[in-house]
Design a protein around this ligand. Sequence first.
Ligand code: HSE
Length: 407
Amino acid sequence: MIRIGMLGFGTVGRSVYDLLQAHTERFPDMQIVSVAVRQITEQRMTLYPTVQFTTNPDTIVTASDIDVVIEVMGGQTETYRYLRRALHSGKHVITANKDLIATYGETLQKIASAHQLALLYGASVAGGIPILDALTNLLPGDETMQVGGIINGTSNFILTQMSDAAMNYDDALALAQRMGIAEANPVNDVAGFDARYKLAILAKTAFGANVVTTQIPTQGIQEINATVLDEAKRLGYVIKPLAVARRTGQELAMTVGPHLVPAAHLLGKIDNVQNAVQVKTRNIQDLVFTGPGAGAKPTASAVLSDLAIVHDIVCGRQLVHEKQALQQPVITGTAAGRYIRVTAPATYEIDAIAQANQIGIKTMWVRSHRATILTDTVSPATLARFEAALQQQIGAKIEIVLPVYQE
Ligand code: HSE
Protein backbone atom coordinates (compact mmCIF):
# COMPACT_ATOMS: atom_id res chain seq x y z
CA MET A 1 0.00 0.00 0.00
CA ILE A 2 1.29 3.47 -0.93
CA ARG A 3 0.24 5.79 1.87
CA ILE A 4 -0.49 9.41 1.07
CA GLY A 5 -0.53 12.42 3.36
CA MET A 6 -2.14 15.61 2.10
CA LEU A 7 -1.48 19.19 3.16
CA GLY A 8 -4.66 21.21 2.66
CA PHE A 9 -8.23 20.07 2.06
CA GLY A 10 -9.88 22.90 0.12
CA THR A 11 -11.76 22.40 -3.13
CA VAL A 12 -8.70 20.94 -4.92
CA GLY A 13 -7.78 18.67 -1.98
CA ARG A 14 -11.31 17.29 -1.71
CA SER A 15 -11.41 16.74 -5.47
CA VAL A 16 -8.15 14.80 -5.30
CA TYR A 17 -9.69 12.62 -2.57
CA ASP A 18 -12.91 12.08 -4.57
CA LEU A 19 -11.10 11.31 -7.84
CA LEU A 20 -8.83 8.82 -6.10
CA GLN A 21 -11.90 7.10 -4.61
CA ALA A 22 -13.55 7.06 -8.03
CA HIS A 23 -10.51 5.48 -9.72
CA THR A 24 -9.53 2.68 -7.38
CA GLU A 25 -9.03 0.43 -10.41
CA ARG A 26 -6.10 2.62 -11.54
CA PHE A 27 -4.84 3.26 -8.00
CA PRO A 28 -5.82 0.10 -6.09
CA ASP A 29 -2.88 0.34 -3.74
CA MET A 30 -2.90 4.06 -2.94
CA GLN A 31 -4.76 5.64 -0.07
CA ILE A 32 -4.98 9.09 1.48
CA VAL A 33 -4.47 8.27 5.13
CA SER A 34 -3.91 11.67 6.72
CA VAL A 35 -4.72 15.27 5.91
CA ALA A 36 -3.52 18.50 7.49
CA VAL A 37 -6.26 21.10 7.83
CA ARG A 38 -6.64 24.40 9.64
CA GLN A 39 -9.62 23.17 11.63
CA ILE A 40 -10.85 19.69 12.42
CA THR A 41 -14.64 19.56 12.40
CA GLU A 42 -17.12 16.84 13.37
CA GLN A 43 -18.56 17.05 9.85
CA ARG A 44 -15.21 16.31 8.25
CA MET A 45 -14.57 13.36 10.53
CA THR A 46 -18.01 11.96 9.71
CA LEU A 47 -17.67 12.48 5.95
CA TYR A 48 -14.15 11.06 5.76
CA PRO A 49 -14.02 8.37 8.46
CA THR A 50 -10.88 6.66 7.10
CA VAL A 51 -8.83 9.88 7.13
CA GLN A 52 -6.74 10.95 10.09
CA PHE A 53 -7.03 14.75 10.34
CA THR A 54 -4.39 16.87 11.98
CA THR A 55 -3.81 20.60 12.34
CA ASN A 56 -0.04 20.09 12.33
CA PRO A 57 1.48 19.51 8.84
CA ASP A 58 4.73 18.46 10.52
CA THR A 59 3.19 15.24 11.76
CA ILE A 60 2.50 14.31 8.12
CA VAL A 61 5.79 15.37 6.54
CA THR A 62 7.83 13.54 9.19
CA ALA A 63 5.58 10.50 9.69
CA SER A 64 7.44 7.23 9.16
CA ASP A 65 4.44 5.54 7.53
CA ILE A 66 3.71 8.13 4.80
CA ASP A 67 5.21 7.55 1.33
CA VAL A 68 3.86 10.52 -0.64
CA VAL A 69 2.98 14.07 0.39
CA ILE A 70 0.50 16.00 -1.75
CA GLU A 71 0.59 19.74 -1.10
CA VAL A 72 -2.54 21.70 -2.00
CA MET A 73 -2.55 24.23 0.82
CA GLY A 74 -0.74 27.08 -0.95
CA GLY A 75 1.67 29.52 0.68
CA GLN A 76 5.38 29.93 0.13
CA THR A 77 8.00 30.10 2.88
CA GLU A 78 6.29 27.97 5.50
CA THR A 79 5.03 25.51 2.89
CA TYR A 80 8.53 25.28 1.41
CA ARG A 81 9.85 24.23 4.83
CA TYR A 82 7.23 21.48 5.08
CA LEU A 83 8.08 20.14 1.63
CA ARG A 84 11.81 20.26 2.33
CA ARG A 85 11.18 18.27 5.52
CA ALA A 86 9.01 15.80 3.60
CA LEU A 87 11.81 15.15 1.09
CA HIS A 88 14.44 14.85 3.81
CA SER A 89 12.12 12.33 5.47
CA GLY A 90 12.08 10.23 2.29
CA LYS A 91 8.68 11.12 0.86
CA HIS A 92 7.83 11.76 -2.76
CA VAL A 93 6.26 15.19 -3.12
CA ILE A 94 3.47 16.37 -5.42
CA THR A 95 2.46 20.01 -5.37
CA ALA A 96 0.12 22.31 -7.30
CA ASN A 97 1.91 25.38 -5.97
CA LYS A 98 3.42 27.40 -8.85
CA ASP A 99 4.71 30.29 -6.72
CA LEU A 100 6.60 27.86 -4.53
CA ILE A 101 8.04 25.83 -7.41
CA ALA A 102 9.04 28.92 -9.40
CA THR A 103 10.86 30.23 -6.32
CA TYR A 104 12.18 27.13 -4.54
CA GLY A 105 11.89 24.46 -7.22
CA GLU A 106 15.61 24.19 -7.91
CA THR A 107 16.52 23.72 -4.24
CA LEU A 108 13.74 21.21 -3.67
CA GLN A 109 14.72 19.32 -6.84
CA LYS A 110 18.31 18.97 -5.58
CA ILE A 111 17.08 17.47 -2.30
CA ALA A 112 14.67 15.18 -4.16
CA SER A 113 17.40 14.01 -6.56
CA ALA A 114 19.86 13.41 -3.70
CA HIS A 115 17.28 11.14 -2.05
CA GLN A 116 16.14 9.55 -5.34
CA LEU A 117 12.65 10.89 -4.80
CA ALA A 118 10.13 12.44 -7.15
CA LEU A 119 9.18 16.08 -6.94
CA LEU A 120 6.22 16.53 -9.29
CA TYR A 121 4.24 19.68 -10.01
CA GLY A 122 2.17 18.97 -13.12
CA ALA A 123 -0.82 20.78 -11.62
CA SER A 124 1.10 24.02 -11.19
CA VAL A 125 0.92 25.11 -14.83
CA ALA A 126 -2.21 25.31 -16.97
CA GLY A 127 -4.35 23.18 -14.63
CA GLY A 128 -5.72 20.25 -16.54
CA ILE A 129 -3.40 20.48 -19.56
CA PRO A 130 -0.68 17.81 -19.17
CA ILE A 131 1.94 20.14 -20.60
CA LEU A 132 4.80 19.45 -18.15
CA ASP A 133 4.51 15.71 -18.64
CA ALA A 134 4.43 16.24 -22.42
CA LEU A 135 7.56 18.39 -22.33
CA THR A 136 9.33 15.93 -20.02
CA ASN A 137 8.36 12.60 -21.49
CA LEU A 138 6.84 12.91 -24.91
CA LEU A 139 9.55 14.75 -26.81
CA PRO A 140 12.74 12.79 -26.04
CA GLY A 141 14.02 12.83 -29.63
CA ASP A 142 13.25 16.44 -30.24
CA GLU A 143 14.48 19.84 -29.18
CA THR A 144 12.11 22.47 -27.90
CA MET A 145 12.73 25.92 -29.35
CA GLN A 146 9.77 27.80 -27.93
CA VAL A 147 7.08 27.23 -25.34
CA GLY A 148 4.25 29.41 -24.09
CA GLY A 149 0.81 30.75 -24.74
CA ILE A 150 -2.23 31.69 -22.72
CA ILE A 151 -1.57 30.44 -19.20
CA ASN A 152 -3.61 32.87 -17.12
CA GLY A 153 -7.34 32.26 -17.37
CA THR A 154 -8.36 35.34 -15.40
CA SER A 155 -6.60 37.77 -17.76
CA ASN A 156 -7.91 35.90 -20.77
CA PHE A 157 -11.47 36.07 -19.39
CA ILE A 158 -11.22 39.83 -18.76
CA LEU A 159 -9.77 40.58 -22.21
CA THR A 160 -12.35 38.34 -23.90
CA GLN A 161 -15.21 40.14 -22.14
CA MET A 162 -13.73 43.53 -23.05
CA SER A 163 -13.38 42.49 -26.65
CA ASP A 164 -16.56 40.46 -27.23
CA ALA A 165 -19.02 42.10 -24.82
CA ALA A 166 -17.60 45.64 -25.12
CA MET A 167 -17.08 45.84 -21.36
CA ASN A 168 -14.58 48.20 -19.83
CA TYR A 169 -11.71 46.80 -17.77
CA ASP A 170 -13.29 47.51 -14.37
CA ASP A 171 -16.63 45.91 -15.27
CA ALA A 172 -14.97 42.85 -16.80
CA LEU A 173 -12.82 42.44 -13.68
CA ALA A 174 -15.88 42.84 -11.42
CA LEU A 175 -17.71 40.18 -13.46
CA ALA A 176 -14.72 37.84 -13.14
CA GLN A 177 -14.76 38.41 -9.38
CA ARG A 178 -18.51 37.75 -9.12
CA MET A 179 -18.05 34.52 -11.07
CA GLY A 180 -15.28 33.39 -8.73
CA ILE A 181 -12.67 33.56 -11.51
CA ALA A 182 -10.68 36.54 -10.22
CA GLU A 183 -9.65 36.90 -6.61
CA ALA A 184 -10.72 39.84 -4.42
CA ASN A 185 -7.17 41.14 -4.83
CA PRO A 186 -6.59 40.36 -8.51
CA VAL A 187 -3.08 41.78 -8.86
CA ASN A 188 -1.31 38.42 -9.17
CA ASP A 189 -3.33 37.56 -12.27
CA VAL A 190 -3.84 40.93 -13.97
CA ALA A 191 -0.28 42.18 -13.43
CA GLY A 192 1.17 39.00 -14.98
CA PHE A 193 2.84 37.56 -11.86
CA ASP A 194 0.88 34.29 -11.99
CA ALA A 195 1.83 33.78 -15.65
CA ARG A 196 5.44 34.68 -14.86
CA TYR A 197 5.68 31.88 -12.26
CA LYS A 198 4.16 29.44 -14.71
CA LEU A 199 6.46 30.53 -17.54
CA ALA A 200 9.50 30.01 -15.29
CA ILE A 201 8.28 26.45 -14.63
CA LEU A 202 7.69 25.85 -18.36
CA ALA A 203 11.21 27.13 -19.14
CA LYS A 204 12.66 24.87 -16.45
CA THR A 205 10.84 21.86 -17.86
CA ALA A 206 11.48 22.60 -21.55
CA PHE A 207 15.03 23.93 -21.35
CA GLY A 208 16.35 22.98 -17.89
CA ALA A 209 16.67 26.72 -17.32
CA ASN A 210 16.81 28.18 -13.85
CA VAL A 211 15.06 31.48 -14.30
CA VAL A 212 14.75 34.14 -11.63
CA THR A 213 11.13 35.14 -12.16
CA THR A 214 11.73 38.84 -11.55
CA GLN A 215 14.05 38.91 -14.59
CA ILE A 216 11.20 38.07 -16.95
CA PRO A 217 9.93 41.21 -18.75
CA THR A 218 6.34 41.44 -17.53
CA GLN A 219 3.44 43.69 -18.47
CA GLY A 220 -0.07 43.65 -16.96
CA ILE A 221 -3.39 43.87 -18.79
CA GLN A 222 -4.63 46.92 -16.85
CA GLU A 223 -3.69 49.38 -19.60
CA ILE A 224 -5.77 47.66 -22.26
CA ASN A 225 -8.82 49.69 -23.26
CA ALA A 226 -11.43 49.83 -26.02
CA THR A 227 -9.19 51.92 -28.31
CA VAL A 228 -6.38 49.38 -28.20
CA LEU A 229 -8.80 46.49 -28.81
CA ASP A 230 -10.48 48.32 -31.72
CA GLU A 231 -7.23 49.33 -33.37
CA ALA A 232 -5.80 45.83 -33.00
CA LYS A 233 -8.96 44.47 -34.63
CA ARG A 234 -8.67 46.86 -37.57
CA LEU A 235 -5.10 45.66 -38.03
CA GLY A 236 -6.27 42.00 -38.05
CA TYR A 237 -5.30 41.08 -34.49
CA VAL A 238 -6.85 40.24 -31.13
CA ILE A 239 -5.25 41.06 -27.79
CA LYS A 240 -4.31 37.98 -25.77
CA PRO A 241 -2.39 37.61 -22.50
CA LEU A 242 0.65 35.57 -23.48
CA ALA A 243 3.69 34.20 -21.69
CA VAL A 244 6.38 32.91 -24.04
CA ALA A 245 9.98 31.69 -23.78
CA ARG A 246 12.07 31.24 -26.91
CA ARG A 247 15.55 29.72 -26.88
CA THR A 248 18.38 30.91 -29.09
CA GLY A 249 21.71 29.34 -28.08
CA GLN A 250 22.33 30.26 -24.45
CA GLU A 251 19.75 33.02 -24.55
CA LEU A 252 16.14 32.80 -23.51
CA ALA A 253 13.91 35.53 -24.84
CA MET A 254 10.98 35.73 -22.45
CA THR A 255 7.86 37.84 -22.38
CA VAL A 256 4.72 38.03 -20.26
CA GLY A 257 1.89 40.39 -21.09
CA PRO A 258 -0.83 41.32 -23.54
CA HIS A 259 0.19 40.68 -27.16
CA LEU A 260 -1.32 41.30 -30.54
CA VAL A 261 -2.15 37.84 -31.93
CA PRO A 262 -3.32 37.39 -35.53
CA ALA A 263 -7.09 36.87 -35.32
CA ALA A 264 -6.80 33.75 -37.49
CA HIS A 265 -4.13 32.13 -35.27
CA LEU A 266 -5.26 29.30 -33.01
CA LEU A 267 -4.18 31.25 -29.90
CA GLY A 268 -6.37 34.14 -31.06
CA LYS A 269 -9.41 31.88 -30.76
CA ILE A 270 -8.79 30.74 -27.18
CA ASP A 271 -11.33 32.68 -25.14
CA ASN A 272 -12.44 33.29 -21.57
CA VAL A 273 -10.76 31.09 -18.93
CA GLN A 274 -9.45 28.57 -21.46
CA ASN A 275 -5.66 28.10 -21.57
CA ALA A 276 -3.48 27.04 -24.51
CA VAL A 277 0.21 26.26 -24.74
CA GLN A 278 2.06 26.24 -28.04
CA VAL A 279 5.28 24.23 -28.29
CA LYS A 280 7.64 24.72 -31.22
CA THR A 281 10.24 22.02 -31.69
CA ARG A 282 12.99 21.29 -34.19
CA ASN A 283 11.36 18.12 -35.56
CA ILE A 284 7.62 18.16 -34.91
CA GLN A 285 7.66 21.94 -35.29
CA ASP A 286 4.29 22.95 -33.96
CA LEU A 287 2.02 21.60 -31.23
CA VAL A 288 -0.81 23.32 -29.41
CA PHE A 289 -2.31 21.99 -26.17
CA THR A 290 -5.52 23.57 -25.01
CA GLY A 291 -7.84 23.03 -22.06
CA PRO A 292 -9.01 24.38 -18.72
CA GLY A 293 -6.24 26.16 -16.85
CA ALA A 294 -7.88 26.12 -13.44
CA GLY A 295 -10.71 24.63 -11.45
CA ALA A 296 -10.83 21.97 -8.78
CA LYS A 297 -11.40 18.94 -11.03
CA PRO A 298 -8.84 19.76 -13.78
CA THR A 299 -6.25 20.58 -11.12
CA ALA A 300 -7.06 17.44 -9.13
CA SER A 301 -6.83 15.43 -12.32
CA ALA A 302 -3.32 16.80 -12.90
CA VAL A 303 -2.41 15.82 -9.32
CA LEU A 304 -3.63 12.29 -10.05
CA SER A 305 -1.43 12.14 -13.17
CA ASP A 306 1.50 12.89 -10.90
CA LEU A 307 0.30 10.21 -8.49
CA ALA A 308 0.31 7.74 -11.38
CA ILE A 309 3.96 8.67 -12.04
CA VAL A 310 4.82 8.17 -8.35
CA HIS A 311 3.06 4.82 -8.49
CA ASP A 312 5.21 3.77 -11.45
CA ILE A 313 8.36 5.01 -9.73
CA VAL A 314 7.57 3.09 -6.55
CA CYS A 315 6.97 0.05 -8.76
CA GLY A 316 10.43 0.38 -10.27
CA ARG A 317 10.22 2.85 -13.18
CA GLN A 318 13.29 5.02 -13.55
CA LEU A 319 12.99 8.63 -12.54
CA VAL A 320 12.96 10.85 -15.60
CA HIS A 321 16.18 12.76 -16.02
CA GLU A 322 16.04 16.47 -16.47
CA LYS A 323 16.39 18.00 -19.92
CA GLN A 324 19.83 19.10 -21.03
CA ALA A 325 20.22 21.99 -18.68
CA LEU A 326 20.47 25.52 -19.92
CA GLN A 327 21.57 26.15 -16.36
CA GLN A 328 22.01 29.90 -16.16
CA PRO A 329 20.50 31.34 -19.33
CA VAL A 330 20.79 34.96 -20.35
CA ILE A 331 17.24 36.32 -20.09
CA THR A 332 16.36 38.89 -22.72
CA GLY A 333 13.20 40.58 -23.91
CA THR A 334 11.81 39.40 -27.22
CA ALA A 335 12.46 40.80 -30.66
CA ALA A 336 8.99 41.32 -32.11
CA GLY A 337 6.84 43.69 -34.07
CA ARG A 338 5.36 46.38 -31.85
CA TYR A 339 2.05 48.22 -31.66
CA ILE A 340 2.82 51.71 -30.35
CA ARG A 341 0.40 54.53 -29.52
CA VAL A 342 1.82 57.97 -28.88
CA THR A 343 0.60 61.50 -28.50
CA ALA A 344 2.96 64.13 -29.85
CA PRO A 345 2.72 67.75 -31.01
CA ALA A 346 4.62 66.95 -34.24
CA THR A 347 3.42 63.53 -35.34
CA TYR A 348 4.58 64.26 -38.93
CA GLU A 349 8.19 63.77 -37.74
CA ILE A 350 7.64 60.20 -36.51
CA ASP A 351 8.47 58.64 -39.89
CA ALA A 352 11.88 60.32 -40.05
CA ILE A 353 12.69 59.40 -36.44
CA ALA A 354 11.76 55.78 -37.15
CA GLN A 355 14.03 55.70 -40.19
CA ALA A 356 16.93 57.24 -38.28
CA ASN A 357 16.56 54.49 -35.65
CA GLN A 358 16.27 51.61 -38.16
CA ILE A 359 12.63 50.99 -37.35
CA GLY A 360 10.56 49.61 -40.21
CA ILE A 361 6.98 50.83 -40.10
CA LYS A 362 4.30 48.45 -41.38
CA THR A 363 1.32 50.70 -40.77
CA MET A 364 0.90 54.17 -39.29
CA TRP A 365 -2.29 56.08 -38.57
CA VAL A 366 -2.13 59.70 -37.55
CA ARG A 367 -5.04 61.72 -36.21
CA SER A 368 -4.01 65.19 -35.21
CA HIS A 369 -1.67 64.74 -32.23
CA ARG A 370 -2.10 61.00 -31.90
CA ALA A 371 -0.34 58.27 -33.82
CA THR A 372 -0.71 54.50 -33.93
CA ILE A 373 2.31 52.65 -35.29
CA LEU A 374 2.77 48.98 -36.19
CA THR A 375 6.46 48.21 -36.61
CA ASP A 376 8.45 45.42 -38.21
CA THR A 377 10.36 43.17 -35.82
CA VAL A 378 12.53 45.23 -33.48
CA SER A 379 14.86 44.22 -30.66
CA PRO A 380 14.18 45.54 -27.14
CA ALA A 381 17.31 47.75 -27.42
CA THR A 382 16.24 49.32 -30.74
CA LEU A 383 12.76 49.86 -29.38
CA ALA A 384 14.14 51.62 -26.30
CA ARG A 385 16.24 53.94 -28.54
CA PHE A 386 13.20 54.73 -30.68
CA GLU A 387 11.05 55.52 -27.64
CA ALA A 388 13.78 57.76 -26.21
CA ALA A 389 14.17 59.58 -29.56
CA LEU A 390 10.41 60.16 -29.80
CA GLN A 391 10.36 61.60 -26.29
CA GLN A 392 13.44 63.76 -26.70
CA GLN A 393 12.93 65.02 -30.25
CA ILE A 394 9.19 65.70 -30.40
CA GLY A 395 8.13 65.47 -26.75
CA ALA A 396 6.07 62.36 -27.48
CA LYS A 397 4.11 60.73 -24.71
CA ILE A 398 4.16 56.94 -25.17
CA GLU A 399 0.70 55.70 -24.23
CA ILE A 400 1.15 51.99 -24.75
CA VAL A 401 3.56 49.56 -26.42
CA LEU A 402 2.52 45.94 -27.05
CA PRO A 403 4.44 43.16 -28.77
CA VAL A 404 3.05 41.23 -31.72
CA TYR A 405 3.16 37.44 -31.28
CA GLN A 406 5.71 35.78 -33.55
CA GLU A 407 3.81 32.91 -35.10
N1 HSE B 1 -5.45 32.30 -11.21
C1 HSE B 1 -5.04 31.38 -12.21
C2 HSE B 1 -5.57 31.81 -13.56
C3 HSE B 1 -5.52 29.99 -11.95
O1 HSE B 1 -6.36 32.75 -13.64
O2 HSE B 1 -5.19 31.20 -14.54
C4 HSE B 1 -4.60 29.19 -11.09
O3 HSE B 1 -3.34 29.01 -11.68
